[in-house]
Design a protein around this ligand. Structure first.
Ligand SMILES: Nc1ncnc2c1ncn2[C@@H]1O[C@H](COP(=O)(O)OP(=O)(O)OP(=O)(O)O)[C@@H](O)[C@H]1O
Ligand SMILES: [Mg+2]
Length: 458
């Protein structure tokens, strides 16, 4: 790769050789004769490497070094020195020079030195780029919304990132619980360590234990090898226990033991493994209600909820909708005008029971329906309507208010049709969250699942 190198030397013959060697390697070399020249060059341009003589007419290579370390600390500096001044060169290394070469120098060794210095420079640049990228994707910047409510969320994330306490993120479906969990991890000193997310509600019941704690070969049918559990994978980092309230009670006991003893016992193993993990959990249910209902152990609840981080539903900070739309468009590679103002106004009025995720889905479908043109109200209106019993209404444009929807009499609908539309409405209202929908309908989750299946809604 072509790099820009600044050569500082008042001895024209040495400068010429250095320039020649650099250009032979495909780099651009700019030659100046003194500290003042170096200063001007640095003010004017960007360099990847500086090669400087130690003795200069108006100062020394150390002055150049100081200049560079102030202007761009990531740019390596190579010193050229005569035999007599090696001790000064060593001093230069101590104050941050990359390396030095002694005159007269070996051309190949000089080239190798340049290559090493530039490799280091590239690595540093890459590091900075990755850090910025991680910060953009997972840091506070990723949590969009200038409302006081979201400002508060960011403040809590900042606080949580400075502590090791167990954090419980609370919020409805699609409010950004995972986003927040990642931000806590990536802001803290764990950033370079593993972040392992486990959805406790999504793993089949008989596999959760092995998923979390690992297993020994032969521990059960299908366990053909030893396997690390998620806790071991997350060792020294963060484990994110999503939908933690969905965990069965017998597993809750085991989790409690892991938290207290800092060790896990893989399924089928008699040994335990030490683990040091920071726990962030999340739930879209009211965990205290789960404790009252006897679904969730109280002792575990207090262990996990040392620091509670509630995220407000989108309907409580609707003023953030335009910004969220903008951020989503950017993420998808669209300009800010891809959604028209009237469409945006329509979006900003909606309740979004599925919160930010639902908002994103509505934009996504709007982008498709608009056929690559600007998204207009009619491209999003259908998705924003509360779904009532009378489905013929759904093709009309405009928004049906909640009152209209509930006042509508389900004319000539069979009981099955009414049930179906009720199920759909509940699922829509909760953004597809089955536990919440079940509670809304006053039936158990199992009953809900059965009925979803019967109506072919899954
Ligand atoms: N404040 C926000 N700023 C930007 N994007 C957000 C914000 N909140 C949520 N999102 C986005 O919305 C989507 C859903 O977020 P996330 O998965 O973190 O929600 P969740 O609360 O974990 O949902 P669920 O309960 O369904 O698991 C993601 O694409 C996320 O990036
Ligand atoms: Mg989630």
């Amino acid at each position: 790769m072509r790099h820009r190198v600044l050569v500082v030397d008042d001895d024209a013959s040495v400068a010429h050789v250095v320039q020649f060697l650099l250009e032979e390697e495909g780099h651009d070399a700019t030659v100046v004769a003194d500290v003042a020249g170096a200063k001007r060059a640095f003010a004017d341009g960007r360099f990847d490497l500086v090669v400087t003589d130690l003795k200069l007419p108006d100062g020394s290579g150390l002055d150049v070094l100081k200049l560079v370390s102030e202007a761009s600390p990531d740019v390596p500096v190579i010193m050229i020195t005569a035999f007599a001044t090696v001790s000064t060169a060593v001093a230069a290394m101590k104050s941050g020079a990359f390396d030095y070469v002694q005159k007269p120098f070996d051309n190949d060794r000089f080239k190798a030195l340049v290559a090493n210095a530039l490799r280091l420079r590239d690595l540093k640049l890459e590091n900075v780029r990755l850090r910025d990228e991680v910060a953009d994707r997972y840091g506070l910047n990723a949590i969009v919304g200038a409302s006081p409510q979201m400002e508060k969320v960011r403040e809590m994330v900042r606080l949580a990132a400075t502590s090791e306490a167990a954090v419980m993120v609370l919020g409805e479906t699609g409010t950004g619980k995972e986003l927040v969990a990642r931000a806590i991890h990536f802001l803290g000193r764990w950033a370079a360590r593993p972040f392992v997310a486990v959805n406790c509600g999504a793993i089949p019941e008989n596999l959760v234990e092995s998923e979390l704690f690992g297993h020994k070969k032969g521990a059960f049918t299908g366990a053909v090898n030893d396997r690390d559990g998620r806790f071991v994978q997350a060792d020294t980092g963060t484990i994110f226990l999503d939908e933690v309230t969905e965990m069965k009670r017998d597993l809750q006991v085991k989790l409690l033991r892991v938290i207290e003893a800092h060790e896990v016992q893989p399924v089928g193993s008699t040994e335990t493994l030490k683990v040091d993990v920071r726990i962030i959990s999340a739930t879209n249910r009211d965990p205290m209600a789960c404790v009252r209902d006897g679904e969730f152990r109280e002792d575990l609840y207090y262990r996990l909820n040392v620091f509670a981080l509630p995220i407000p539903p989108l309907r409580e900070h609707r003023q953030d909708i335009p910004e969220l739309v903008g951020a989503y468009l950017t993420r998808r590679g669209y300009g800010p005008d891809a959604v028209s103002k009237p469409a945006l106004e329509l979006l900003a009025e909606h309740d979004f029971p599925g919160n930010v995720r639902e908002l994103q889905n509505v934009i996504e479908s709007g982008l498709i329906l608009s056929g690559g043109k600007v998204v207009q109200p009619e491209h999003v209106a259908d998705r924003l309507m509360p779904r009532g019993g009378d489905m013929t209404q759904s093709s009309s444009i405009g928004i049906v208010s909640q009152a209209d929807a509930s006042d509508r009499v389900p004319s000539a609908a069979t009981l099955a049709e009414v049930e179906r539309s009720h199920l759909e409405a509940a699922l829509k209202k909760t953004g597809g969250n089955q536990s919440q929908a079940a509670r809304l309908l006053g039936i158990s989750r199992a009953t809900l699942l059965y009925r979803i299946k019967r109506h072919g809604l899954a």
